[in-house]
Design a protein around this ligand. Structure first.
Ligand SMILES: [Ca+2]
Ligand SMILES: [Ca+2]
Length: 188
């Protein structure tokens, strides 16, 4: 009977752990990333991040983005303003066209001049700003005013911090429970 009770306790523990929010943080580094043309142009800097894999978890679980911060240096070229640079975040499974839930950062908002400037925003909790159905984050950097088609208009360096909540898929929850049972039986 002791074994059964232990197994039940471990099973409920495992489920409780899985049901709780699994909030983590990670950084995206940008090195000489170029802002080139309008949104969707293939010359823009664009990347897909598998957040589960980056956190050392199996791919495929849904992820909620809860907060964002950045520490970026932006240099604009030619006649292009610092205000033109936009960082677009979206669910990679729905990247084009932009999904309704996507969000944009415009660090140089209001800086309608050419130049080099540093922008930072501490990591701020904003609630769920973006839901990633399978944990794949799409990032594209683009110009909200394309001065010269085909030419890069700004370069970004620095990092973006994201706070995320990983939502375990039902399959991994069941596996976790089973693992608890097996571990308990071996203790006898
Ligand atoms: Ca351009
Ligand atoms: Ca521009």
């Amino acid at each position: 009977m002791t074994t059964t009770r232990t197994a039940a306790a471990m099973l409920s523990l495992a489920i409780a752990a899985a049901a709780n929010a699994d909030i983590r943080q990670f950084d995206i580094d940008l090195i000489d990333a170029l802002s080139v043309d309008s949104f969707g142009d293939l010359d823009n800097h664009a990347e897909v991040f598998d957040i589960n894999a980056l956190l050392g978890l199996p791919s495929g679980s849904p992820v909620s983005v809860l907060g964002v911060g950045y520490d970026l240096s932006i240099e604009s070229f030619g006649d292009s303003f610092l205000a033109d640079v936009v960082l677009h975040f979206d669910d990679a499974d729905a990247a084009l066209p932009p999904s309704a839930a996507s969000f944009d950062l415009n660090p140089g908002f209001g800086d309608e001049f050419v130049g080099l400037a540093d922008y930072s925003q501490p990591l701020t909790d904003l609630g769920t700003v973006l839901s990633l159905s399978s944990g794949l984050l799409y990032l594209e950097i683009f110009e909200n005013f394309d001065d010269t088609f085909g030419e890069a208009e700004a370069m970004l360096n620095g990092n973006i911090s994201l706070r995320v909540d990983v939502i375990p898929a039902p399959g991994s929850l069941a596996l976790l429970g089973l693992g608890g049972l097996v571990a308990a039986r071996r203790r006898r």
